[in-house]
Write a protein that binds this ligand. Structure first.
Ligand code: SF4
Length: 450
């Protein structure tokens, strides 16, 4: 996220990052400027822990700031890859934070290394700063535009200089970016929930290919060359964004309910109750229950205090991983025929364990319903679904997956059903379901090496 025109810009950014924590839990950082210099702080872990030292925030003074929560799709999860990345170049100090994946990063990096560039990180995000630094344009805004035109793939960027905030969304618009207003300040954030936490007002979605520049003279907007088609990530609505957010000018909650309703129409089940895999399946399960007429019950409780890095003390970690996160509610499942709703299945290992947990607690039948189509292909645009071998649906039929899960029945949404829930279906990327990629994709794609 980014903010310009608030005397407590870094504090507001900190709040925004809290609201956006679900988008990345590996590292966090803020860069802020008071017009004289750009200060920054980054660390590994959740926002609260990165900024726990009371000496940190007072250092981040000024009226403008950018912030980042990292979830890696290119480059390892290390401090050196934490963002914002800050450099000094001909046009001055520039800090950048990136959401997305640049698909021509390896090629650009090789070309630059061949001509002497030295990289600080192994992430694709640093590429853009090299392109800005190499640009022949002397004006920083023009240098940024020049750099962005050379990138292919998914990006939303926020750049911070000593006197300017620049926010950019790629011409296909893969990832969301929103514009907000708080008093005299302008804000941009991946999701509108970041505005809510600070009492800011949602203004609109930043358009695909739009570059927003905010400085002392106010806000202005520029355009990158138009793409032949938009490619908004449908998975943001299915899973990634918070249901209380607006993204792509739509309410996530509304779309997610529609996904559940359509799932109930297409894949009904003879059952007694509907339960969700919390939290990812909650809203779709409400939609499913509404249309099916089945009672919605809370059958699984999620432990919210388990981080991604849970370490099992001795037992088989994989078995304990699910049990420590999800616990069934005694009495709800006893002798019931259960519809279990979740947003997606990647490997299938977690869902298989959940089905077994429900049976152990007395469920008579378990009917698994998924509010997206089978994920069969990797994502190259900023969601960490990186290898065919990790995707159960790339190798197995729906019946084979059902048997693997140990479910009584299994139903997915179709691609057509999924697209029927959004207003402009032609504008959406569906590549991880359909295999129809909307950019050239890299021949070899290794998450940890670009
Ligand atoms: S491939 Fe899937 S996850 Fe990736 S951008 Fe497209 S719809 Fe989203």
């Amino acid at each position: 996220m980014g903010i310009y025109g608030d005397p407590r810009a870094a504090e507001q950014t900190y709040l925004g990052l809290y609201a956006l924590q679900h988008r990345g839990q590996e590292s966090a950082g803020i860069a802020a400027t008071d017009g004289a210099c750009v200060e920054h702080h980054r660390g590994m872990g959740l926002v609260w822990s990165v900024f726990a030292d009371p000496a940190v925030m007072p250092r981040l003074k000024g009226h403008a700031a950018i912030g980042h929560n990292r979830y890696s799709t290119r480059g390892g999860s290390t401090l050196v890859n934490a963002q914002p990345i800050v450099i000094e170049c001909r046009t001055g100090t520039i800090a950048v934070a990136h959401n997305g994946t640049i698909t021509n990063a390896s090629q650009l990096r090789r070309e630059m290394q061949d001509t002497g560039s030295i990289f600080q990180t192994t992430s694709d995000s640093e590429i853009v700063l090299h392109l800005v630094a190499r640009s022949r344009k002397t004006d920083v805004t023009e240098a940024v535009m020049d750099a962005l035109k050379q990138l292919v793939g998914a990006y939303c960027f926020v750049f911070l200089t000593r006197d300017m905030l620049i926010a950019a969304r790629d011409p296909q618009g893969f990832r969301p970016l929103n514009l907000g207003r708080h008093g005299d300040a302008w804000l941009v954030a991946s999701e509108s929930c970041a505005f809510d936490i600070m009492g800011a007002e949602y203004v609109r979605s930043v358009e695909p290919g739009e570059v927003i520049i905010v400085d002392r003279s106010g806000l202005r907007s520029s355009r990158l060359p138009e793409a032949p088609q938009k490619s908004l990530c449908i998975f943001e609505h299915i899973y990634f964004s918070r249901p209380d957010s607006l993204i792509f000018s739509e309410k996530v909650d509304k779309i997610r309910r529609r996904l559940g309703k359509r799932l109930a129409e297409d894949s009904p089940a003879e059952a007694d109750i509907v339960i969700a895999v919390p939290d990812s399946g909650n809203t779709a399960a409400l939609g499913y229950a509404r249309v099916s007429g089945l009672r919605y019950e809370i059958g699984l409780i999620r432990n919210h205090y388990v981080g991604r890095t849970f370490i099992a003390p001795h037992q088989d970690k994989r078995k304990l991983d699910v049990k420590v996160k999800l616990n069934p509610v005694t009495g709800v499942l006893d002798d019931r025929r259960v519809v279990l709703v979740d947003d997606s299945i990647v490997r299938g290992t977690t869902m298989r364990q959940i089905v077994q947990i429900l049976r152990d607690k007395g469920a008579r039948e378990v009917h698994v319903r998924i509010s997206s189509p089978p994920i069969k292909h990797p994502c190259y645009y900023g969601i960490d679904i990186s290898r065919h071998s990790e995707l159960i649906a790339s190798e197995k039929s729906i019946e084979e997956i059902r048997a693997y899960l140990g479910a009584d029945s299994l139903g997915y949404l179709t691609i057509e059903g999924m697209l029927s829930t959004v207003d402009n279906p032609q504008d959406y990327c569906t590549a991880c379901f359909s295999g129809e990629y909307r950019t050239p994709v890299p021949a070899a794609f290794d998450k940890y090496c670009i």
